[in-house]
Structures are given as structure tokens and as C-alpha cells.
Design a protein around this ligand. Structure first.
Ligand code: FES
Length: 122
């Protein structure tokens, strides 16, 4: 079978919080969708799970800019994650998953990898 991804609707524009993140559930696990209205593109999607603690809290982190990079700071220990690449700025061996995200009318869609779709279906 051919591998395919799907663009799942995870929330609508009304759910988004400017300069902040919202947590959504996907078949690939919890995802944090960030809306930074002063940036182009303005939407970012990364794993909601903090890799240092395994807790689902990254959507509640404070967003900002570090050296021109859009980042979120983990609410617990304040590590910063680049919202575009998922890279942790304090530890080069740690990164969180990132997801392509787009606005489709008023729906926010996140691209879910095919492998995870299939393992859920199996
Ligand atoms: S996107 Fe609004 S201050 Fe950075």
C-alpha cells in the first residue's frame, strides 16, 4: 500500500490564541498549535509533549523570539524549542516533533504521518 499522509482538522481559527499555543489531540499524539500573528507563516505545530519530562504542557509555554527564531519555553524547566524545527536551543541532542500546519477556511489542519495512521487503524 502506498504511504500517505492526511491533513486532519484539529481545531478552528476561533480556538487559536494569539502569541500562544493550544493543545489538540491527533492520531500521532498530542500536538501544540501556536499562532504568532506577527510572523509569516503565523501557524506552527509541534509535539505537545515536553521531551525532558514526558509531560504534555508545551502548548502552555511562553512564546517569543530568540535570535530571530520563533520559540516556546517549556513551562517546567524553561528549555526553549524552535517552533519551526523543534530543536531545543539548550541541548542540541534534543528536539520535538514538528508538523506541517495550515489554515483551510476556518479549519486548522495538521499533517499526520501515514505510518501513524496505519498503526492506529491496525
Ligand atoms: S509573533 Fe508577535 S511578537 Fe513575535
Amino acid at each position: 500500500m502506498k504511504a500517505r499522509t492526511s491533513w486532519d482538522v484539529v481545531c478552528t481559527v476561533e480556538d487559536l490564541v494569539p502569541e500562544s499555543g493550544v493543545a489538540v489531540w491527533t492520531e500521532d499524539g498530542p500536538v501544540a498549535v501556536f499562532y504568532l500573528p506577527h510572523r509569516l507563516p503565523a501557524l506552527f505545530a509541534i509535539s505537545h509533549t515536553d521531551p525532558f519530562t514526558g509531560k504534555n504542557l508545551l502548548a502552555r509555554g511562553i512564546t517569543g523570539d530568540l535570535k530571530g527564531q520563533p520559540v516556546v519555553a517549556s513551562p517546567l524547566y524553561k528549555q526553549h524549542f524552535n517552533l519551526q524545527t523543534g530543536q531545543c536551543l539548550e541541548d542540541e541532542e534534543v528536539a520535538v516533533k514538528t508538523y506541517p500546519v495550515l489554515l483551510d477556511g476556518t479549519n486548522v489542519r495538521v499533517e499526520i504521518p501515514a505510518a501513524n495512521k496505519e498503526s492506529v487503524a491496525a
